[in-house]
Structure formats: C-alpha cells, structure tokens
Write a protein that binds this ligand. Structure first.
Ligand code: HEM
Length: 439
C-alpha cells in the first residue's frame, strides 16, 4: 500500500508508523511465510544497520538490475572490498578540488533559470537533474557530457524508476515469467541500456584522455581516475561502480534541491535569513564560493538539513536479516527482511511536538534531539551514504548562486508526492522566480 503512485504518501506513512510510535518497538507484515519487520526507533535501526549489511531480497535484487552491482546493492563481500577502495576518493581534500566545478555548474544553472524569471510557475526539476548529472560526471568521472546526453540519460532513468515502482503495485508482474513477456520489461531493458551506455561512454572518454596524455597521472583526484589507477578493480567492476555513483549521486542531490527550493519559496522568513547570510558573506559580490564560505553558511545548511528531515528523500531503506538481532523489545529472526523507516525516525517523538513542522531554527538553537541517531537523511550504520559531504557542498554552492540572483515563490501545501524509489513530486510546476538583481 505504501508503494502507490501519486498518493498522499505522508498520510499513509503516518498511519503505518503510528503503531510503532506508541508501542516503541517493531511491527511486522507477513509476505507469505516471511516477515517484513518495520522499524522507526532510531536506536533499533542503528543496531540492525550495523549488524545486517546485506540488502533485502525483495527490492534489492530488482534495484540491482537498474543500479548495477556497485556499492549501493552489491553483496557484502564485494561491498566491503569496494567501499575500502572507494572511500579515499571522498575525503575532504579531494572534495575541495571539486568546488570550481560546483561553482561553474551552479552559474550555468543561474543562466538557464534566467529565461523563467518573471514568467510564473515552471518545471525546475528538469534543469536541476541535468545540472546534478553534469556535475557528478564532471567531478567524479572527470569528463564533460553534453546536454543531449544528459537529457537522454535522465529520461531513461526516470522511466526505469517509474516502471520499477509500477511493477511492485501489480502483483502479477512480480512473477518473472509474466514480467519477462511484458512490454514493461522491453521498455525497462531499453532504459537500462541507455543508462549503461552512458557509463561506458564516460569510461571510454576517460581512457582516451589518458592515452592522449600518455598516462600522465599527475593531479589524479577523480573517482574514476583513482579506480583506474588502483589496479584493484576489473574493468567490469569499475563500470559498475561508475554507473552506480552516477545514479546515487545525481538523482538524489537534484531531488533534495528540488524540494528545498519549494520549501524556501514557501517560507519567506527562511528565505530572508538565507539572503541575510549570503549578504553577510559575499556583500554585493557575485564571486565564486571558496571553501571557507561553505563553513560560514550555517543557516543555509540548517535549511538543507531540515528539508531533508521534513521531506526525507529516501523514506525507507531495507536490509536482509541474516542473523538473529536483539533490539530493545524484540528479537528479529534470520531469513526475513526489514524496513528502516527514516520517515518514521524523522517524525519520532524525540523531535518534539513540532516534528511535523518545517523549522530550520531547530538546527541552530540547541533544539535537536539528544539522540545523535535521530537524523537519517543519509542513512545510518556501515552502509550509510558515502557522498554526504559531496552532496552538502554541491547543494550549498548551488543555493548560494541561485539565491544571490532570484527570489523564489512557492506554496508547498500544493505539493503532492509520489514514491518512485525516492520521493518525487507528482507534477513539476511548483516554483516561480523573480530576478532581484541582474546576474
Ligand atoms: C542529498 C543527497 C543524497 C542523499 C539524500 C543520499 C542518501 C543516501 C542514502 C539514504 C543511502 C543509503 C542507502 C541504504 O542505507 O541502503 C545512500 C547510499 C549511497 N550514496 Fe547517497 N545520498 C545523496 C547523495 C549522494 C552523492 C552525491 C553520492 C556520490 C557522489 C552518493 C553516493 C552514495 C553511495 C555510493 C551509496 C551506497 C553506500 C554503500 O552502500 O556503501 N550519494 N545515499
């Protein structure tokens, strides 16, 4: 029931999670003889997340078809080895070298937005998706992709996500035999091919660049260069990880920016505080951001964190329970699957009685829950998001450039959300913008 398209997702989640809140322990659903545990308690989730590292056997397998055998859905043995190799490519020193690219892409977005200024509601999602895709390719892969490639890729990816969600609403399509004969399967195969083809092209461009520079390894810092040089992964493994990173990094960041802009446009007082902060840091200048600026953008960061708490983009993730796990009031049995409801955690009583409100100030005024596990926008435990700092840098840079030029208007009460792997708006026309200075 939670996998419905175009549903008022939050209400359904709320009623589902209510029971967990009041009882304070796990509930479960039966899927045939197997249980699906449903957890909303942050301590319980943290325990399971650190002990059970295998992705679930319901969604995980199917997601792997799309996302590939990269970190997100790989089996535990592969994951351990690859995570160790990939982790250094996300250290702060490497991320700092990406800032000029974040600045460039954000400036490009400001230019693209120009044609929408003063013209009423427009679809900002397409622009954001393209921008984050270009950014991830450019930074992590060290190559540029053109606009047509970006459009082609994002369309295929979204159709594939839509199909994946629809498949789970139609019981008969769960049977592989029927699904394999369906048009949806044909369409899905095409989408996956488009997405993979792009990854192959990125890798081949990179290899050509290498050959042209006679394998000059100076200045190696991008994700793909690191993998190519480590000699620890096969070409197939590299393609899988690159593909995985493009998907994990681009769609997530664009969705969070999409919702954050809607919220900023709906809360003028929050928008004003961001503008004051930007004025304080940059004055009238429209210079690029340097890393010291990012550290000063505390209110903007609070808005981003609160947006991700309020509209948690990955409302749940799943794990396979491969061993007995004792949580506070219950014991999870092996052989079953478990849902971590991040939506439930973010609406948990520990957030206080204003948990249902968008309130960036809670991040600044010591109103945060004393439990450090209460925030799970980037998941928790050993398989948490490897791109967290990357995403925060990218999103802060983008907001700084946009808000130095435009005022945003929106009404988030009109927002309808559907679940398609991540949460997505049902339609895309939610914000309008006005230039408040020439950019
Ligand atoms: C605001 C943006 C982002 C959000 C909200 C987000 C959220 C998440 C979440 C919830 C997970 C955990 C899934 C699970 O526990 O099963 C995850 C994993 C992951 N994310 Fe992110 N992510 C974001 C941006 C990024 C970026 C920019 C990158 C890379 C450039 C990235 C790469 C990954 C990878 C590779 C994993 C798998 C980690 C592993 O299993 O070891 N993410 N992300």
């Amino acid at each position: 029931m939670i996998f419905g398209n175009s549903i008022q997702l939050w209400d359904k989640f709320k009623s589902m999670t209510q029971e967990c809140f009041t009882k304070g322990h796990a509930v479960y659903f039966l899927l045939g003889p197997k249980k699906i545990y449903f957890l909303t308690d942050p301590d319980d989730i943290a325990v399971v997340a650190n002990v059970c590292l295998q992705k679930d056997t319901i969604f995980g397998v199917k997601c792997k078809e799309l996302v590939g055998d990269g970190l997100l859905f790989s089996d535990v043995i592969t994951w351990r080895r690859h995570r160790k190799i990939i982790l250094p490519t996300f250290n702060q020193q490497v991320l700092d070298t990406y800032l000029p690219i974040f600045n460039n892409k954000a400036r490009k977005l400001v230019k693209v937005f120009e044609k929408e200024s003063g013209k009423g509601l427009f679809d900002h999602s397409t622009y954001l998706r393209q921008m984050t895709l270009e950014t991830v390719c450019s930074t992590a892969m060290g190559v540029e992709i053109n606009e047509a490639e970006a459009v082609n890729y994002t369309n295929a990816l979204h159709l594939a996500f839509d199909n994946g969600t629809e498949r789970y609403q139609k019981i008969w399509l769960q049977i592989d035999f029927i699904y394999n004969l369906s048009n949806m399967k044909k369409e899905q195969d095409k989408c996956i091919e488009v997405v993979y083809e792009m990854t192959r092209q990125v890798l081949s461009k990179k290899k050509k660049l290498y050959e042209m520079t006679n394998n000059n390894k100076e200045g190696i810092n991008s994700f793909i260069e690191h993998l190519l040089n480590s000699n620890e992964l096969s070409e197939k493994e590299i393609i899988n990880e690159v593909h995985n990173m493009i998907i994990a990094g681009s769609d997530t960041s664009s969705s969070v920016l999409l919702f954050t802009l809607i919220l900023i446009g709906s809360y003028p007082e929050a928008q004003k505080k961001i503008l004051d902060e930007l004025l304080y840091i940059f004055g009238d200048s429209d210079r690029d951001l340097v890393k010291q600026d990012l550290g000063k953008m505390t209110y903007t960061e609070a808005v981003l964190k609160e947006s991700m708490r309020f509209l948690v983009m990955a409302p749940f993730v799943m794990r396979y329970i491969d061993k007995e796990v004792k949580i506070k009031n219950y014991t999870l049995r092996p052989g079953n699957n478990c849902i971590f409801s991040f939506y439930g955690v973010h609406r948990h009583d520990i957030w206080g009685n204003d948990a249902d409100q968008f309130k960036p100030e809670r991040w600044l005024e010591s109103e945060l829950p004393s439990n450090s596990k209460a925030y799970m926008a980037f998941s928790i435990g050993k398989r948490n998001c490897i791109g967290r700092s990357y995403a925060m840098m990218l999103m802060k840079t983008t907001l700084a450039h946009l808000l130095r030029c435009y005022r945003i208007n929106s009404d988030y009460k009109q927002l309808q959300i559907k679940l398609n792997v991540l949460i997505k708006p049902v339609n895309n026309y939610y914000i309008s913008i006005e230039n408040y200075k020439k950019c």
